[in-house]
Design a protein around this ligand. Sequence first.
Ligand SMILES: [Fe+2]
Length: 374
Amino acid sequence: MLTARIKDATAMAAEIEVRWADDAPPSRYSNVWLRDHCHSELSLHPETLQRQVDTFAIPADLGVDSVAVEEDGARLHIRWARGAGASEFPAGFLRHIAENSGRLPKPERRLWDRAALGNSLPSTPYADIMASDEGLFSWLQQILVYGFAIATDTPPTPEATQALCERIAYIRQTIFGGFWDFTADLAFKDTAYTPLAIGPHTDGTYSNDPPGLQMLHCLKFEGTGAQNTLVDGFKIGEVIRDTDPEAFEILTTVKIPAHYDGDGVSLRAAHPIIELDAEGAICQVAYNNYDRAPFQLKPERQMAFYRALALWNRMINDPTFEIQLDLRPGGALMFDNWRVLHGRHEYTGYRRLCGAYLNQEDFQSKLRILSANR
Ligand SMILES: [Fe+2]
């Protein structure tokens, strides 16, 4: 993108056509759009990159006086008609818009089931993550690609685990506090605070912005059971898209209300189980049958909903899609709560767990910054 070069450019009626020095097809941009996205200092603040141009003062019939390609094709310069000033653009910016329309590239995820993952789970040594941006990048990249990754040889203390989380971003405050350090004492009205089995789910379906990443680090375990389970919700979503379009339609469009009532709060939000972005790609899953709030659909739709829900439930509990982890002191698990469902077998004995939530946008931001600095 940065090496894009403009061969020449021509003013058409209400557009400018740019032809590229390589074999790429010509690109067109409307005059109004170009004026709105001008890169001159008066239009785009050089430090904050915030728009300074008055979008609403641009005449709809804005015309062009002259167009010039400068700096060996690296810049486009436009003089607007009737004294409306001048604009300039880096060639790389125009090329990026032509190719992606400004959308961020899709992350290269590897969707998995049990067979695809095998026995090699994505992991990075704690010491590497803490010591260098390269180590942190490799861990975050694993979380992006697989939806989870383990920080190995993490000191089994709340302090070290919190420092690990804060390598990525500030810890999110929720009704459960910031950083947690807990046992099965029912400190909150949630099954997580009991030794009972918990089926696969995502956290925070009752939040408009469910937690993005979740850290779980077992600091002490003396007992039996408590295996943690992980399921790739995106994988299951894609299998349903391919095999059962009717269920896929229900799961991507019916917004399921969820609630958290207790501990002095009354939270409500609604999400489809599988959320699609504007291009139809799966961008988030949100599912917690324990926290589903009462709601009703029209009778036919209601039956179709229960059928789709049962299919989803069957698949997320299918052992071929699930991996089991014995979380033990030293293995700090970070997973993407917008993609991977987690569960836990029941247990006996004593278990001390610590962890935290991070926002999805802060995880994405850190990855973008680290990637740009490489
Ligand atoms: Fe949970």
